[in-house]
Design a protein around this ligand. Structure first.
Ligand code: ATP
Ligand code: MG
Length: 419
């Protein structure tokens, strides 16, 4: 027996409707905001993520699924969706088209992490990217999209925002961070010691208890913003107010990826513990240039679909039930089952959700099965019915029956479907 790889999960047929629901609401919300879908490959050249995610991030230093293909190229399974979308934006010259370029994706993502609730090695993201708009209204737009999605799904989450400035204000801030952390170096974890040298901002993102305690007193980036970044952050707050979105300012949010500039944000649920961040995003004006494109501003977010489902489940959000078959065709004997089969196929051609027996069940067992799958009507065909050319249609809820000619079955059920 071969088992599923650690940190991965099957979505079983009985549960798939939950995924379809969440993905459907995500697609609908994206449409309301005038976004189009982008699909990029599941694997890319490793170099894309080294440059596009950043070589001091947890993703790049520890979590990537990287391998050599048969042509000896270094290939990596996408650990997130932004780098691929950005590559595609550049490669396809989308910057020369209508701007802003607003797009979304639904994609699997792969990270070699320690599996736990809400933390998998293959997980799925709904993500949004808006390329080409530099104003804070674009940031507020993507935050509002995330907010709409979460509300439509019935989630109660808090929005936390921050600004991590631009490279120029961050230079001064990094210096201040280094001065603050230098006397605490011994108390920091192994990873943070490396972060201290390479990218002090990353220190604030550490999840280790000891490091978090030290982080609590660290200087705030908001005190180091240059006038332009400070103005952008003020504008964001004003646009969020216009959108009627509540938020908290949290100067500790820096986000996991290296390429963020200015706005960063997270939507957090208090209901699933440590993995409560259902959605994270921000602005990354440096990314397109970093990947070799003509510099273009960008802002976006990604939400983890497993985490959305987890929070929905733990807070008792009801997911609309799946549609049930309208009619089940039951046959008394082998001959009648053939007629049932033919009618089932004919009705499906007419757009009716229909089912019949494939297990040579007795008529009693067929009724039981029809009930189990929630069929609204059971059409019974016995020897008499075959001769008459009409079947007995029973409504499962009212137990009332009526005779319906085989020849008018499609019309009959099309009417029932509309009721
Ligand atoms: P975390 O702090 O939880 O590790 P992150 O900063 O690594 O999150 P992002 O890279 O911003 O996460 O990814 C966006 C979203 O994808 C997260 O908010 C989360 O909902 C989801 N996500 C990230 N990693 C995983 C994972 N290993 N398993 C399931 N969902 C994940
Ligand atoms: Mg992570």
């Amino acid at each position: 027996m071969i088992n599923i790889p650690k940190g991965t999960k099957d979505v079983l047929p009985a549960d798939a409707y939950k995924w379809q629901y969440v993905e459907g609401v995500a697609r609908e919300t994206a449409k309301l905001y005038n976004l189009k879908e982008i699909r990029t490959p599941v694997f890319e050249h490793t170099e894309l993520f080294l440059r596009g995610v950043g070589d001091t991030t947890d993703i790049v230093t520890k979590e990537m699924y990287t391998f050599r293909d048969k042509g000896d190229r270094s290939i990596t399974l996408k650990p997130e969706g932004t780098a691929g979308a950005a590559r595609s934006f550049i490669e396809n010259g989308l910057g020369n088209g209508v701007l802003p370029a607003k797009m979304y994706y639904i994609t699997p993502a792969f990270r070699y992490e320690r599996p736990q609730a809400g933390r998998l090695r293959e997980f799925h993201q709904f993500g949004v990217e808006v390329f080409g708009a530099k104003g804070a209204d674009a940031d507020a737009e993507v935050i509002s999209l995330a907010d709409s999605l979460l509300k439509r799904l019935g989630l109660k989450v808090k929005l936390r925002i921050n600004s991590i400035g631009c490279p120029s204000c961050r230079a001064a801030y990094n210096k201040a961070l280094k001065e603050y952390f230098a006397p605490h170096l011994d108390g920091l974890c192994y990873d943070c010691k490396a972060r201290f040298e390479k990218n002090p901002l990353r220190l604030l993102d550490c999840k280790e208890e000891e490091c978090r305690k030290i982080n609590a007193q660290a200087p705030s980036i908001l005190d180091y913003l240059c006038p332009e970044c400070a103005e952008h952050f003020e504008a964001l707050k004003a646009y969020l107010a216009l959108a009627g979105i509540e938020y908290e300012i949290d100067p500790r949010i820096v986000r996991g990826l290296d390429y963020y500039t200015r706005t960063v944000f997270e939507f957090v649920s208090d209901d699933i513990g440590a993995q409560g961040t259902v959605c994270g995003g921000g602005r990354y004006d440096g990314l397109i240039g970093e990947l070799g494109g003509a510099p273009a501003p960008a802002v976006g977010f990604a939400a983890g679909i497993e985490r959305l489902l987890l929070v929905m489940e733990s807070t008792g959000v009801k997911i609309p039930e799946e549609e049930k078959p309208l009619v089940y065709f039951a046959g008394m004997d082998a001959e009648c089952r053939k007629k049932a089969f033919a009618l089932t196929i004919a009705l499906r051609h007419a757009g009716i959700y229909a089912e019949t027996d494939h297990m040579e069940r007795s008529i009693k067992a067929q009724f039981k099965y029809a009930d189990k799958i929630g069929a609204k009507y059971v059409a019974v065909i016995g020897g008499n019915e075959l001769q008459e050319g009409a079947m007995n249609v029973k409504c499962m809820a009212s137990s009332e029956s009526e005779k319906v000619d085989f020849s008018s079955a499609a019309e009959y059920f099309r009417k029932k479907k509309g009721e």
